[in-house]
Design a protein around this ligand. Structure first.
Ligand code: NAP
Length: 251
């Protein structure tokens, strides 16, 4: 009997792929790499559909998968169900991009504003990555990329919650990288400065650009190029690294 080796279908998951940096990453991956792209979103289905359209226009293919990264049980059950439906699939690239801000001075920061930011960035990283890591190790190849921030490196006043969440993910990136390197799974983080997206639309660019050596905010595409490189096989000897994309802000 002929030994039919079923070719595994390879997927890249982008959390928070519906808007901003996540959307630019989905489109860049579609242009550069040969993955089916899973576009995760939380509440904004229309925006996720628009990302899928852009992915297809860029010559790629993908699908939309709703879950709230902060909801541990929800993430687990949705990803388990997804694997049930995709028995020959492997999610080889995991991009933990979903994130929110709830800015305010620490003195007046409510427990909700503290927890929701930690739950999304830090626990979101745990919930998604922990649900997929075993399969990556069995696959003996994988790329995990965490979206952190200049705030997690230097700390930003008015963002103790966000700085804490991103700083913690930086530590986790370095630790996990050492645990899984032998299996050809790399774990890196990308730390953007000010990037033009919905997250920063209320900020005063004219004022803030004075402290950015490049004298402007960056674009989501400028972040996506680095993420796409880290997601590729070309980055194989880079792991546990935090790459700044911030127009020269010293961090
Ligand atoms: P954005 O434009 O506000 O988009 C946020 C994305 O995250 C959306 O797709 C959103 O989905 C998704 N999301 C939020 N909470 C989620 C949850 N609980 N579960 C699943 N998805 C969730 O933000 P962005 O500027 O692109 O930021 C993307 C990442 O880069 C974040 O981690 C952010 O902290 C980081 N970052 C941004 C900047 C910047 O200047 N923009 C700088 C440094 C780091 P919905 O559309 O469904 O709401």
């Amino acid at each position: 009997m002929e030994d039919k080796k079923v070719e595994k279908q390879k997927y890249a998951l982008v959390t928070g792929g519906s808007r901003g940096i996540g959307r630019a990453i989905c489109v860049q991956l579609a242009k550069d790499l040969d993955y089916h792209i899973i576009i995760n979103y939380n509440g904004n289905k229309k925006a996720a559909e628009e990302t899928l359209k852009l992915v297809e226009e860029a010559g790629g293919n993908g699908e939309i998968l709703q879950f709230n990264v902060a909801d541990a049980e929800g993430v687990k059950s949705i990803l388990e169900a997804w694997h049930e439906d995709h028995k020959e699939a492997v999610i080889e690239v995991v991009i933990n991009n979903a994130g929110i801000t709830k800015d305010g001075l620490f003195m007046w920061m409510s427990p909700e504003d503290w927890s929701s930011v930690i739950d999304t960035s830090l626990n979101g990283f745990y919930n998604v990555t922990n649900a997929l890591i075993q399969k990556l190790l069995v696959n003996k190849y994988g790329r995990i990329i965490n979206m952190v921030s200049v705030s997690g490196l230097k700390g930003t006043p008015g963002q103790t919650n966000y700085s804490a969440a991103k700083g913690a993910v930086i530590g986790a990136t370095k630790a996990l990288a050492q645990e899984v390197a032998k299996r050809n799974v790399t774990v890196n983080a990308v730390a953007p400065g000010f990037i033009k997206t919905d997250m920063t639309k209320e900020l005063n660019e004219q004022e803030l650009r004075k402290m950015i050596p490049a004298n402007r905010f960056g674009t989501a595409e400028e972040v996506a190029h680095t993420v796409s490189f880290l997601a590729s096989s070309k980055s194989s000897y880079i792991t546990g690294e935090i790459i700044n994309i911030n127009g020269g802000i010293y961090s």
